[in-house]
Design a protein around this ligand. Sequence first.
Ligand SMILES: [Zn+2]
Length: 241
Amino acid sequence: MPEQVEPVDLLAIGAHPDDVEYGMGGTLVRHHHVGHRIGVVDLTRGELGSKGDPQRRADEAHHAAEVYGARFRTCLDLGDTQVDHAPDRVRRLAAVIRAARPRVVASHQVADRHPDHRAAHELVRRAVFAAALSSLDLGVAHHVVDGVVSFPTDRVIAGDLYIDVSDVWDERRETMHRFASQFTAPTRDIDHRLYGIDDYLEVVTTRARAHGQRIGVRYAEAFVTEQGVPIDDLVELFART
Ligand SMILES: [Zn+2]
C-alpha cells in the first residue's frame, strides 16, 4: 500500500487510523467495486489511543485499505488530540487534496464525540476551499472538489444521503477486523467503557441497520452534506431496481 499520493476519485479523510473504516467502510468497498479509485488520509497516527501502538495501527491501516483497493494511504501525523485548522495545516492538507485531485471528499461530520473528529471536519472544509484557490501557491496545481460529504462515527444520524452497503457487508466487516489491535485485542484497564470487539461490531451493525431502515435495505451508511445535491430525475432517484 503506497503512501505516495496519486489521483483518485474518492478521498476519505479520518482523524485517526480506522476512522474511515469505522464510519464509511462499506461505502469504500462499494465504490471500489464499481471501479472508483480511492485514497485515504489519516490526520494522526492515533498515538494516544488506549489500544495498539502507532506502528501496529499503521500496519493495520494499510492492511485494511487493501480490502477496498486503496491507491494510497498516507498519514499527516498532526498529533493525536492536536488536530486543528491552523493555517500551515490547512495548506498541508490542501496540497494533498490537490495532488489527489478527488471528485468527492469524505470526512467526519462536525457533531462527533472525539474533539479531533470535530476539528477534522473544519480542517477538511478549509483545506478543500484552499485547494480550489488558483492564486494560492502550494506547489501543486489548484483543484476544485465536486462534492464534500461527512460521516458519523459514534451515532445514528438523520442523513442527507444513504448508501446501501448490504451487498458488501462481509467485506465491510473485514475492513474492521483488520484493525486487530482496536477490535480484537483485550481491552486494557484504562478503557473499561464499551470499546471491546463485540461492542464495536455491534455498534457498527446496529447503526447500519438503523440507517438501512431509512431506505428500506438491510445495511446502509449515512452521510450529511452542506451543499445541495443535484438530481436529474426524481423517479430514477428512488427506483428500487
Ligand atoms: Zn477517531
